[in-house]
Design a protein around this ligand. Structure first.
Ligand SMILES: [Fe+2]
Length: 257
């Protein structure tokens, strides 16, 4: 029964994926690009919640530019959103406009991004990552204690021993990431939670990321200097410490379920 269900899911995944690719004229080289092994399919994770399509557009922030003060200042938020994120959107549209597969879902392109123009990888990642990032944050002007729900804490306890262990490991990895990039909490295809980092605008849905680090992003922190330099200058550790005060845990928990 279990095998039949697995075969059915595998077959429908292939049919669904093939349909999308065909509809979009998304054929790389020859038909064999559609012949994924079951293992490859099962290791691919997709975020079907990401609804934006070509031509991509800058999403509105779910709060005002000053909403995250005093932890992230208004000017940083405004520049980050209207300049940096907007540039990723513009450059992604430019990189896709003459491509036959431009209407394919961005999260599908991530699965084959190693074969595509680097501008699609950089700017597609930039658009996806920032769209998620804004929603992962929330206002906490009164600096109240900001903990996940008991349910989410129990999940984190199971995977990391304790919430404090999780926080420590995540903060350390975000701090030690060399150069620009992101630190993520992901759920892999075996439902294991992991903390991984990706350079530049890569993310754990992309095929350029080591298989052991792939997964569905639940939480992420942008550790590019543009995310914190105006307020924190070189003090990345302080920015990361304050990030914990403005995490939208409800959003993270919704993604987990
Ligand atoms: Fe950023």
């Amino acid at each position: 029964m279990k095998t039949n269900r697995r075969q059915f899911l595998f077959t429908t995944s292939l049919i669904g994926f093939g349909w999308i690719l065909n509809k979009a004229g998304f054929l790389f080289g020859h038909q064999s690009s559609l012949h994924y092994s079951e293992e490859t399919i099962s290791n691919s994770v997709m975020d079907s919640n990401f609804g934006d399509q070509f031509p991509y557009s800058l999403p509105k922030l779910p709060y005002a530019y000053d909403a995250l003060e005093p932890f992230i200042d208004k000017q940083t938020m405004e520049i980050h959103h209207t300049k940096h994120h907007q540039a990723y959107v513009n450059n992604l549209n430019k990189a896709l406009e003459n491509q036959s597969f431009k209407n394919a879902p961005l999260v599908e392109l991530f699965k084959k991004v190693s074969t595509l123009d680097k501008a699609i990888r950089n700017n597609g990642g930039g658009h996806y990552n920032h769209t998620l990032f804004w929603q992962m944050l929330k206002s906490n002007k009164e600096n109240k204690e900001n903990l996940p729900s008991q349910k989410l804490i129990e999940v984190l306890n199971k995977h990391f021993g304790s919430f404090e262990n999780f926080k420590k490991e995540f903060s350390e990895k975000a701090l030690k990431l060399f150069g620009s990039g992101w630190c993520w909490l992901v759920k892999d295809n075996k439902n294991t939670l992991k903390i991984v980092t990706t350079p530049n605008q890569d993310n754990p849905l992309m095929d350029v990321v080591d298989e052991k680090d792939r997964g569905f992003p639940l939480l992420g922190i942008d550790v590019w200097e543009h995310a914190y330099y105006l307020k924190y200058q070189n003090r990345r550790a302080e920015y990361i410490e304050n990030f914990w005060k403005i995490i939208n845990w409800e959003f993270v928990e919704n993604r987990l379920s």
